[in-house]
Design a protein around this ligand. Structure first.
Ligand SMILES: [Mg+2]
Ligand SMILES: [Zn+2]
Length: 175
């Protein structure tokens, strides 16, 4: 860490690392359910020299679907499980704001990546990437001029730097 030209892998959380649900279903969720291949993918991304940063929209909090405590519990369990599996996560940034709150961190707004750059100024965006299962993740990559991978997200054909993948593990072919 802190070395010049640090490579960062910005991972979306819900629908990318763990199972996602309808907003109203999240209210009853207390455990993260890892998606097939996700932990192994994170491990291999680490082995390829990337530091992993999770960036997650949690409008569920300010829109009243989950409490901040519930978010923190799920997140703590997620990190504990990854730690047990020997996968270390450099940082987690989340946006708790309502979608219409006008914040600058709700993806595709760039605030969470800017926070990461503030904390880790040696991140080299050109050798970093964003991966997620939503249009907002891909749009965030575009806005930052970074490589982006959209899991089942439609991408205009031949768009430079942005690729559609079928599942999270597919990213390993391109990085
Ligand atoms: Mg997602
Ligand atoms: Zn926000």
């Amino acid at each position: 860490m802190g070395a010049k030209g640090m490579k960062a892998a910005f991972f979306d959380r819900d629908g990318t690392i763990i199972e996602d649900y309808l907003d109203e279903e999240w209210t009853g969720v207390s455990e993260p359910v890892f998606l097939p291949g996700a932990i192994e993918t994170l491990r291999q991304v680490r082995q390829k020299g990337y530091d992993i940063i999770i960036i997650t929209n949690q409008y569920l909090i300010n829109e009243g679907f989950i409490t901040i405590k519930q978010y923190e519990k799920i997140q703590a369990k997620l990190l504990l499980e990854l730690e047990k599996q020997g996968v270390d996560i450099l940082a987690v940034y989340y946006c708790p704001h309502r979608r219409n709150e006008g914040c600058d961190c709700c993806k595709p707004e760039t605030g969470m990546i800017l926070q990461a750059l503030n904390h880790y100024p040696s991140i080299d965006l050109k050798s970093s990437f964003v991966i997620g299962d939503s249009e907002v993740d891909v749009e965030l990559a575009r806005r930052m001029g970074m490589r982006g991978f959209g899991i089942k997200v439609p991408i205009p054909q031949g768009e430079p730097g942005i690729k559609q993948v079928n599942e999270v593990a597919d990213v390993l072919r391109y990085i």
